[in-house]
Structure formats: structure tokens, C-alpha cells
Ligand binder design. Structure first.
Ligand SMILES: [Zn+2]
Length: 310
């Protein structure tokens, strides 16, 4: 179970407690009426009597009719209060697991769904809610570039299904403005969140602001600012190269971030090619972004951006 699922599980467990508390409160409120208490007690005594006789294999005699009568009184009391009998039971949000979070020892689907919903809410920057590459409507892509675009989507889809069993730690999408790079990485981000990976999706300008805030923050606050960036299972830097280079900030922390994320997945989109990235950020950063061993760069015009000799 990952962090997102653990957080979802604790919410679901608190739902269980709430549901049980609400049911208990309703019953307590009903029992304040002596009429209800009387009807309930009569029914329960008869039910208990029948169970006792049943265990001894003795004939119920007229107890059964009496019990049915008592049950009828019970139900008609409830209906006079506009209540259904099932409303006296805890109303669990998930019928499959009764808000325990587990079904036959395995994590219930509701935990994953809630984790996914929370992850998505925390990642509002995404430009699409599509979470499956097979659901992309390619008719919106100009016909001339449709095949290349679909090819890129297929590569990302295959990557997704490798389930982390890959040495790739950087996925880059390069190409001109408006070629749908951000959209493709958004679909990948959504698809990863569906399997409860934690995702952060920042424009390079926003990321640069975080770097600056980190730079200026008092020592005791620094970790809280930087840690989410290093901890996220998937971090996307959208439109890399669009930010202003801040001296002692942008390059310093971008490099630090890539080093810390060497065993996690980082994605980026950029209008720049490898040479331009190299010129802008220098060799240390560019070789982490575009390394032959650990990066997978898709150029939407079909060119391969990776450095050949690292
Ligand atoms: Zn459930």
C-alpha cells in the first residue's frame, strides 16, 4: 500500500466509525420514546425465545405468530416516523467492504478510487481528465501529424504498462508549441494516478517560483518545500525552458531535484531540442534530462533527441 492508499484507507475507516455512530445515535433517539422501547423489547424477547427453542429443536408453538405480530408493530412504528428498517443499520458508503477497506484480505476498490480522486484534486494543473491512452480521440490531431502523435501515445502507453520495471527515469516530449506534448503527459499523469501513484504537475515557471521560495525560506522550512518535489512518484515539468533563469536558483535546484529523483520518474515537455537544453542549462542538467541510459525522449516531429555518447 502506498502513501495515497494509506491516506484513503484512514478516511474510509473513519467513514465506518461515522456510519456506526449515526446508526447508534438514531437508535438512541428512538429509544427515548417509551412506546418504541416497549415495542423493541417485546420483539427482541420473542426473537430470543424462538432462537432458544430452535437450538433445542423444540416446537415454537404460538411464539412464531406472536413474533410476527411484534415485528409488524416494530415496522409500523418505524414507518410512522418515516424510517425504513435498514436505516437503523450503519449506512456504509461501500457496500463491498462495509467501509473496512478490505475484501477477503485485499484492498477494496473503494480505497484505490478515493486515493485516485484525492490525487487528482491535488493535481489541478492537468489539462485533461483522460486517464487511458486508448480513449484519446485522434481526429482532433491534424492528419499530417496524426501517425506521429499516435506513435508517441503508444510509446507512453507501453511505458505505463511496464509497471515501473524500467531503468528510464526521465520522459521528455519535445516539439513545437501546440503539438500536444502537455496533453500526452497529462494522460500519462492521470493513468499513473489511477494506479495511485502520487503526481505533481508544474509549469516550469511555477516550479521556478517554488525553487525561489525554497532558496529564500528559513532553514527549518526548506524541507517542507522541497520534499514533495522529490517524493512524488511522477513529477512533470511542463514547458521547460519557458522560465526565467534565476542566478543561483534555477539551475542549482533543478540539478539537485534531478539528482534526488534519479530513482523516480520525471517528465518534461519543452519546445527546445537537446542542443538548446544543453546551451541553456549546461552539461550536468542536460545530460540528466537527455541521457542515453535513463531518458526516453520523444520528439513529436520524429527526431531523436538523445545524446549519443554520454
Ligand atoms: Zn470498499
Amino acid at each position: 500500500m502506498n502513501k495515497a492508499e494509506a491516506a484513503a484507507l484512514s478516511i474510509i475507516k473513519s467513514r465506518k466509525t461515522d456510519a456506526e455512530l449515526r446508526a447508534a445515535e438514531l437508535l438512541d433517539a428512538l429509544r427515548e420514546d417509551p412506546v418504541f422501547s416497549q415495542i423493541e423489547a417485546e420483539r427482541d424477547i420473542l426473537r430470543f425465545g424462538i432462537a432458544k427453542l430452535k437450538s433445542k429443536n423444540t416446537d415454537f408453538g404460538h411464539l412464531k405468530e406472536k413474533y410476527e405480530e411484534a415485528e409488524k408493530n416494530f415496522l409500523s412504528y418505524l414507518s410512522s416516523k418515516n424510517l425504513k428498517p435498514e436505516e437503523l443499520l450503519p449506512q456504509y458508503a461501500c457496500k463491498k467492504c462495509g467501509d473496512t477497506g478490505f475484501v477477503r484480505g485485499r484492498l477494496c476498490e473503494c480505497v484505490r478510487q478515493l486515493a485516485y480522486k484525492t490525487l487528482k484534486n491535488n493535481c489541478r494543473a492537468l489539462i485533461t481528465s483522460i486517464d487511458d491512452f486508448t480513449k484519446i480521440d485522434y481526429t482532433f490531431v491534424p492528419e499530417a501529424s496524426r501517425a506521429a502523435y499516435k506513435g508517441a501515445a503508444d510509446i507512453l502507453d507501453r511505458f505505463l504498462h511496464r509497471n515501473g520495471q524500467s531503468r528510464i527515469s526521465v520522459i521528455g516530449l519535445s516539439g513545437k508549441q501546440g503539438t500536444g506534448k502537455t496533453f500526452l503527459l497529462s494522460v500519462l499523469a492521470n493513468a499513473m494516478m489511477k494506479s495511485c501513484a502520487t503526481v505533481l504537475f508544474y509549469n516550469s515557471v511555477q516550479l521556478n517560483e517554488i525553487f525561489l521560495r525554497y532558496h529564500l525560506a528559513p532553514v527549518e522550512e526548506k524541507e517542507d518545500i522541497f520534499e514533495p518535489l522529490t517524493e512524488a512518484d511522477f513529477l512533470v515539468i511542463d514547458d521547460l525552458g519557458a522560465e526565467n533563469l534565476i542566478k543561483n536558483v534555477t539551475e542549482t535546484y533543478l540539478y539537485e531535484l534531478l539528482v534526488f529523483r534519479a530513482d523516480k520518474l520525471t517528465g518534461f515537455t519543452s519546445n527546445m531540442n537537446a542542443i538548446q537544453l544543453l546551451e541553456r542549462y549546461g552539461h550536468r542538467i542536460a545530460s540528466r534530462l537527455c541521457s542515453k541510459e535513463n531518458s526516453f525522449i520523444i520528439h513529436l516531429d520524429g527526431k531523436d533527441l538523445r545524446f549519443k555518447n554520454e
